[in-house]
Design a protein. Structure first.
Length: 151
């Protein structure tokens, strides 16, 4: 069977302002850049900047060593712009901090629009529990790189 290329998987992606989306992006070669506290905070800062720009409203997120999960309400933009800004700006910040150049992220990202009937708080709990499920910490409160508006 002939499988589609990654660029073809998101053909027809639809961005709906005000809709809730679960977004995931992975570092290039799954490199664990975000085990470094400073690098994780540089990424988180970029997530907060797009929120201040009203591109998206963060509901919950977690930054894992080699990827992040982010539950957002899409604002005055589309998914491609949101993720392009976060990924490109975080790459510039992190590369500048590390005095390096080159890509930080894999091409593309995964998105899933939440259905109206889904329990948003359950989705948020699932996101922030990732470090526990991955065995990084015993309790989520022991992990430094997450947030949710309900907590």
């Amino acid at each position: 069977m002939d499988w589609p290329h990654g660029k073809d998987l998101r053909r027809g992606r639809y961005s709906e302002p005000g809709r809730l989306y679960l977004l995931t992006s992975i570092t290039l070669d799954r490199a664990p850049h975000f085990t470094d506290l400073r690098l994780a905070r540089l990424l988180i800062n970029q997530m907060r900047i797009v929120e201040a720009e009203r591109i998206a409203r963060s509901l919950a997120w977690v930054v894992m060593p080699d990827h992040f999960h982010w539950l957002v309400e899409l604002g005055d933009s589309d998914l491609k712009t949101l993720m392009s800004r976060v990924k490109s700006r975080s790459t510039r910040s992190i590369n500048g901090y590390q005095h390096r150049s080159g890509r930080l992220w894999q091409h593309g990202f995964h998105d899933r629009a939440l259905r109206r009937e889904e329990n948003v708080r359950e989705v948020a709990r699932y996101i922030v529990m990732n470090p526990v499920r991955a065995g990084l910490v015993a309790r989520v409160r022991d992990y430094p790189h997450w947030d949710a508006i309900w907590l």
